[in-house]
Ligand binder design. Sequence first.
Ligand SMILES: [Zn+2]
Length: 422
Amino acid sequence: MEHLRAEIAARRTDLIGLAQDLIRIPTLNPPGRKYLEICDYLSARLIRSGFHVQVLRAHGAPGDSDAHPRWNMVARIESDAPGPCVHFNSHHDVVEVGHGWTRDPFGGELDGDRIYGRGACDMKGGLAASVVAVEAFLEAMPGWRGAIEISATADEESGGYGGVAWLAERGYFDPGRVDHVIIPEPLNKDRICLGHRGVWWAEIETKGRIAHGSMPFLGDSAITHMGAVLAEIEARLMPALAGRRTAMPVVPDGARHATLNINSIHGGEREPGHGDTSLPAPCVADRCRIVIDRRWLIEENPAAVKSEVVALLDGLKATRPGFDWTMRDLFEVAPVMTDREAPVARSTAAAVERVLGRVAEFVASPGTYDQKHIDRIGRMKNCIAYGPGLLHLAHQPDEWVGVQDMADSALVMALVLEDLQG
Ligand SMILES: [Zn+2]
């Protein structure tokens, strides 16, 4: 371990500089800015390190356009000796800046042990750590076996369809090509993430009858009907969901249950646009819509998850005069769970223990990430998320990543390579 530790330590300034450079490329999603710039930047570096690099546009993927093309980078290096392929996958996109920052979101400012910026934690710090880990390993272990891949992919923050899903559909995550996958998402340097809960988004619409707002008794309000839906969800569905607990080690603990969020609600006439000073017109709402975000457990059945909501709506229809509804599926992802005995999980756990002197914690994520595509499309089950950064800082103002955390997790990743390919 000491030779790898020395190689990583010697690269500390480089690690900081790499993370800063990546943060300074504002790869905002939406709409998907600077994707080619960040791919070209990484490509130039990895070519210098001996990799063969492809920069690929996800033509035709959701979100891809000439104005905002979805660029991805895949770098591969092969040794002369046969052996497994270890793949590090990071998304290069970041979410919007939002309000409340006291630092320059794209300055990559170093203050003490922290580097600040949008994407510092989620997940340019992890991307930088994996690049430095691989370069240190290649320097320290000239007799290594197999192949190493590093990818930087688009659009994870908006579903990954122009990134990992597109690559997986083209065989980049097939078991014949890749044997182990590590996604350096910010799960903390002592935790190994095995997967995530399932997702179901649906739009529910209630119907009404339009009338003049001064005579609401002549119409039938879709908003009032939706109020009944919300009351039923809160009174009956929420407690039922809270009572279901998964055996998956989901963190934080509140997410170890089935959950439901109302992502949006809209009823009645369209809200006035920004700067529009006209008054709204008085009408009884004839349409009201909500979007529900149901996170389901690996122990649940997706058909039952949906029929439970249908039963709730049918129950209202049977008892509430004038009530009618429609529902439209928007998005669905099945839960994913890698076995904690999978080779990449075991190897990473052993490396965490060696570097940090404590037992690694196995966790699962409350939300989904690109592992879903690697699992379902790539059929690659030997995949985990492991990387530096504190999960709760992701998407927050003044997001930061710790330099020591990056260095420690880089050493863990290099030790995993030594274990699997040394
Ligand atoms: Zn992320």
